[in-house]
Design a protein around this ligand. Structure first.
Ligand SMILES: [Zn+2]
Ligand SMILES: [Zn+2]
Length: 122
């Protein structure tokens, strides 16, 4: 019977079932929040201690501030460590700014999933 020999072709690169990456309950989100919190601590202004808004540095040291917080310190000195500042014009660190945007998106995400998690226990 010619039509009956159907070779069973096994595809070698068949996708394996992906491991479930779902967060295992509320604990996982607590970890995410803690990690986000640590990240946000790195993105705080050295002067007002809030999350940086339009981050700038003054050139002489590694402190980073909101552009508003150091507009009076440009070309003088760092308000924290008093290193002479050689930056004369505010130059916003766009890379850092992007990170801060991402962080706030992440925070919203985590916050949302926390809220929707309540339905599980209804
Ligand atoms: Zn600030
Ligand atoms: Zn400084």
């Amino acid at each position: 019977m010619p039509g009956n020999r159907q070779p069973r072709v096994r595809c070698g690169n068949e996708p394996r079932p992906a491991p479930a990456m779902e967060p295992a309950g509320r604990g996982a989100w607590a970890h995410s929040r803690a990690a986000l919190g640590r990240l946000e601590n790195l993105l705080r202004c050295s002067r007002c201690a809030n999350i940086l808004k339009e981050p700038v540095c003054l050139g002489g040291c590694e402190h980073i501030f909101c552009s508003d917080c150091v507009s009076d310190c440009l070309g003088t000195r760092c308000p924290v460590c008093h290193t002479p500042a050689w930056i004369q014009d505010v130059k916003i660190n766009r890379q850092l700014d992007n990170m801060i945007q991402l962080c706030s998106k992440l925070r919203n995400l985590i916050h949302d999933s926390k809220l929707s998690g309540r339905h599980t226990f209804c």
